[in-house]
Design a protein. Structure first.
Length: 59
């Protein structure tokens, strides 16, 4: 089972919180499942005010 990472990404639109199976940004947390990672990312977004990364909108 892959480990999921909650990471900080920087796009042309600013900083975003994302999930990934690779450490391709500063790691803000980890989770065992994708569902847990999504929930943690939402919690971090609410806590920090940073929006979640949306691949279609943030490129």
């Amino acid at each position: 089972m892959p480990e999921w990472f909650i990471i900080l990404v920087i796009t042309s639109a600013g900083q975003r919180i994302a999930i990934s199976t690779e450490q391709d940004g500063p790691v803000m947390g980890t989770a065992a499942t994708k569902e847990e990672a999504v929930e943690q990312a939402k919690d971090l977004s609410n806590l920090t005010g940073l929006p979640l990364y949306n691949q279609e909108a943030d490129y």
